[in-house]
Design a binder for this molecule. Sequence first.
Ligand code: MG
Length: 382
Amino acid sequence: MDIVLLGSTGSIGTQTLDVCRMHNIRVKALSANSNIELLEKQTREFLPEYISVSDENYYKDIKTRIADLNVKILCKEESVCELASLQCDRVVNSVVGFAGLLPTLAAFKAKNSVALANKETLVAGGELVMKALEENCVNLLLIDSEHSAIFQCLLGAGENKLSKIILTASGGPFYGKIGEELKNVTLAQALNHPNWKMGAKITVDSATMMNKGLELIEAVHYFKIKPEQVEIVIHRQSIMHSAVEFEDGAIIAQLGTADMRIPIQFALTYPKRLECPAKRLSLTEAGKLTFETPDEDTFICLKAARKAIKMGGNAPCIVNCANEAAVSLFLSDKISFLDIGEAVNSALCDIKFIKNPSVDEILDTKKIAEEYVFSRFKQGEI
Ligand code: MG
């Protein structure tokens, strides 16, 4: 099989290449927005036909570095979409943030199946994306560990209806803290996730619990279930990756170690299960598994995401993009941790709601939400 890998130098990208190495999966194209040195290493090892980089300086740099190789280098805004349209068995989309939406749509249009690690695709473009998926009769497999778990729990379920999804959350580094205690937490503390090693944006999202909010929205679209049928449960050990409950009350769960190579590999090789380099789970070593209700009064991003998916339309896009802008400010130490939740909630209240947004209206909403957060920052309101 062959894949196109978008976002190859990030956490999911490098782990996807681990899986490719192990199972001799051919890599037809790579794209990256950072870490040109690593991109060069990956290009030399996997010898893709194409690579794409995000800016002119990266382009010049990589061109010199791999002058001895026969690789086409692209560097335009639409290059990632061009790569997503190349004929292949799977497009692995691990682009960070809203930028992942258009490549997913481009892949569908080219009749490519997608293994999706970019949750913003379904969060911001939910209805549009699911419609494009159905129209093009391709497969969409989610790499997110929770959604992969739910998908696996549903294999063999046939026509049997779900009564609910149990979406597990680690609770992140600030689990158990309330209001005031979060006032002075630092960026370094937010980036210190107890169980998972991930990129900076998603690690901050885990600390605010926005990540679980985005996953809730993703699950509602992908599994075609009502928001109130998704129960979010804090499970500190990150061993049960999620579960489903059927109408008879039976709960089926998927368990494993916290290693993203398991869901990545499954999204690439589905319906086959192949050997995986991840450590095996020992239940006796794990000992205790605990489950608790999340504190939505403290982690208000989660509350905003729940409100947004109930509203529908462009509301999930508003919370997603306001969050993206606020997290970028937090990552450059310009706003405080609690400002993120404040920015997301006020954006949802203040920005114009559109019930059935087009792709252009989604793109506009993104700009408006970003400008809203950046201007509140400039005016000293956050
Ligand atoms: Mg997840």
